[in-house]
Design a protein around this ligand. Structure first.
Ligand code: NAD
Ligand code: MG
Length: 377
């Protein structure tokens, strides 16, 4: 069996550490060839000692990396395009992952994509880079992995609609008075998934589900009218695909990122993994589904509208959200201000095209600036 080299970008994060746990169980098929982190050099050092990758990168400058480690954000593209790497797990958070995704698919690699922000801000560019370079995107996001597994090679003409499930986040049952006073600690308390801080806040505002609707649009080539969202508090059904003949398939399992990571590495094949969390239907006697309370979570509709608007609007949505989440996590704005920031940024920018990297980054910067000015930060 040929052993494929894997780069794990963001190896110290929630998805990154999950990926290394999965890779450690499949060393007959995969070799960790490169790892990168932002600044957690202690964990990176332990990972380097365990996996002995040929490339280790630290993005933050001034973190005095070990001899032989590469410092600075250029390490992402370098790691993603190495000749000993055939699969890039992009587990970076936010727009910082864009160049690595573009470079990897341009170099003909498979990108196992957790970094959904990349596809939201520059979906058309990433698709074009895949076409030119021969690379491919395989989703790591659990909903999109579920859809890919249900599709099992069928084309989008066979699909009537996708239904993405959403846990509803920690504020599923909160009314608007309570939401106005939600604290950082409240928002980080995700009921079913343990994740990084940014995506945890995105799950509380439902901006995450808007990012996922746009991600699904670009990954599967379906119109926004064909992508719906339903709340499913148990996070056991990871999404549904309804086919044109009326058949509905769902993919299910415990809320764990291990399976989506493994499947992104092996797709369309499946490999045996006895350590994977097992599913016991009797442990889940009641799986429930609800409509989204859209009026309490305006970020969802704002994001989907940005997706429909197209051009630079999704990049503006993504950047305004990232900037506002940072401000919320710094305790500078309130929870509901995050959606206000997104709405304001989208009404003042976002009408440009997003047909070049430069145009995307310009829209991204304008949206961030708009949000900072809005709150006088
Ligand atoms: P995290 O914050 O736990 O980890 C992020 C990783 O990226 C870390 O290794 C960090 O060092 C690195 N990083 C952060 N900023 C960087 C920068 N500017 N430059 C380079 N590296 C940087 O985040 P996470 O929860 O693992 O999420 C990562 C991505 O996966 C996000 O796009 C998220 O939406 C997506 N995702 C996460 C989950 C989950 O279960 N955590 C599920 C689905 C999708
Ligand atoms: Mg998801």
């Amino acid at each position: 069996m040929t052993v494929r080299g894997v780069a794990v970008l963001g190896s110290t994060g929630s998805v990154g550490t999950t990926a290394l746990r999965v890779l450690a169980r499949h060393q007959d098929r995969f070799r960790v060839a490169a790892i990168t982190a932002f600044s957690n050099t202690e964990l990176l050092e332990a990972q380097a000692a365990q996996f002995k990758p040929s490339y280790v990168g630290v993005c933050a400058n001034g973190t005095s990396p070990h001899p032989g480690w590469i410092e600075g954000s250029k390490c992402l593209v370098e790691a993603a395009t190495r000749s000993d790497v055939s699969i890039v797990i992009n587990a970076i958070v936010g727009a910082a992952g864009l160049d690595a995704t573009l470079a990897a698919v341009t170099a003909g690699k498979r990108v196992a994509l957790a970094n959904k922000e990349t596809l939201v801000m520059a979906g058309a560019l990433v698709a074009e880079a895949c076409r030119v370079g021969g690379g491919e995107l395989v989703p790591v996001d659990s909903e999109h992995s579920a859809i890919l597994q249900c599709l099992a090679g069928r084309s989008c003409e066979d699909v009537r609609r996708l239904v993405l499930t959403a846990s509803g986040g920690p504020f599923r049952e909160w009314d608007s008075d309570r939401l106005a006073k939600a604290t950082i600690a409240d928002a980080l308390q995700h009921p079913t998934w343990k994740m990084g801080r940014k995506i945890s806040i995105d799950s509380a505002t439902l901006a995450n589900k808007a990012l996922e609707v746009i991600e699904a649009h670009f990954l599967f080539g379906l119109s926004y009218d064909q992508i719906e969202v339903v709340v499913h508090p148990q996070s056991i059904v990871h999404s549904f695909v309804e086919f044109v003949d009326g058949s509905v398939l769902a993919q299910m399992g415990a809320p764990s990122m291990e399976l989506p990571v493994l499947y992104a590495l092996t797709h369309p094949d499946r490999v045996q993994d006895d350590a994977m969390p097992r599913f016991d239907p009797v442990a889940w006697p009641a799986l429930t589904f609800e409509r989204v309370r859209t009026e309490s979570f305006p970020a969802l509709a704002l994001g989907i509208a940005a997706g429909r608007r197209g051009g630079a609007a999704p990049a503006v949505f993504n950047a305004a959200n990232e900037q506002a989440v940072n401000l919320f996590l710094e305790n500078k704005i309130s929870f509901m201000d995050v959606a206000r920031a997104i709405e304001s940024a989208l009404s003042s920018c976002g009408d440009d095209l997003a047909d070049t990297r430069f145009a995307v980054m310009k829209a991204d910067a304008a949206a961030r600036r708009h949000v900072l000015e809005m709150f006088a930060c």
